[in-house]
Design a protein around this ligand. Sequence first.
Ligand SMILES: Nc1ncnc2c1ncn2[C@@H]1O[C@H](COP(=O)(O)OP(=O)(O)O)[C@@H](O)[C@H]1O
Ligand SMILES: [Mg+2]
Length: 267
Amino acid sequence: MSGANALPEPPLPRTRAASIYAVASGKGGVGKTWLSTMLSIAFGRSGQRVLLVDCDLGLANVDVQLGVRPTADVHSVVRGFLELDAAVTPVMGGPGRNGGFDLIAGHSGSGALGAVKLEDVARIATGLTKLAPHYDRIILDLAAGIDPNVLRFARAAERLVLVTTEEPTALTDAYAMVKLLRLQGASVVPWVIVNMAENRHKGRRVFDQFAMACNEYLGFKPKFAGAICRDPRVPDSIRAQTPLPIRHPQSQAYEDVIRIVEVLNAG
Ligand SMILES: Nc1ncnc2c1ncn2[C@@H]1O[C@H](COP(=O)(O)OP(=O)(O)O)[C@@H](O)[C@H]1O
Ligand SMILES: [Mg+2]
């Protein structure tokens, strides 16, 4: 019998380690951080144990968007004070069907990502491999730009989710990111998400153009994960520091996220 005071059992290691997704874009402000948290919630609600890692080591904001106050963050790991598993903060009750998940927070205002050394990224990557058997999905929210550390985190993941908007600057930066990764020998075929689309149809057309350019100049076809409509409920929920599906149980943007999770789960 499990009494009220019984300690929760630690989850058993999975027989298959988590798939690691890097959420990247090149350009900032396209919605990577917001999307990373929504994917974590939606994967959680589909019955998967999720770990979200804020890899924007200079300007972290997963915790700010969610209104959580982590007691430890990835910088304690980088400085060698903590092992990665000790830096985990449960969000919304931790992994479970209510959409909770585990978070390894970044650290705002700590200076540039450039200050983080290659060994630090390697240490985090090794820590993730150790944590992977405890989760079904690990999501890395990457910083903007195509800094060597951003590319290292992207290469540490087996799956790449490339976020863009319909704007030519976002598309050019997404293209630059995937081109650099492939020049570095990564054979990853990215899943592409068109965020803040006017409508899903237009988002799909933007993807088709992007895919054509990748096919013609880089010799591969990216995969379409889906489009997310521009939705005023998104900035509203961020201002309220409350996850979108909690603040607004019905919203176009979160419905679009659910579709994307179905596509990712199937692929
Ligand atoms: N689907 C959307 N509809 C409306 N606004 C959005 C949407 N996605 C993101 N945003 C807005 O874009 C801003 C930037 O998002 P953020 O996740 O911080 O981008 P990034 O991590 O790529 O820099 C958010 O503060 C949010 O207000
Ligand atoms: Mg961000």
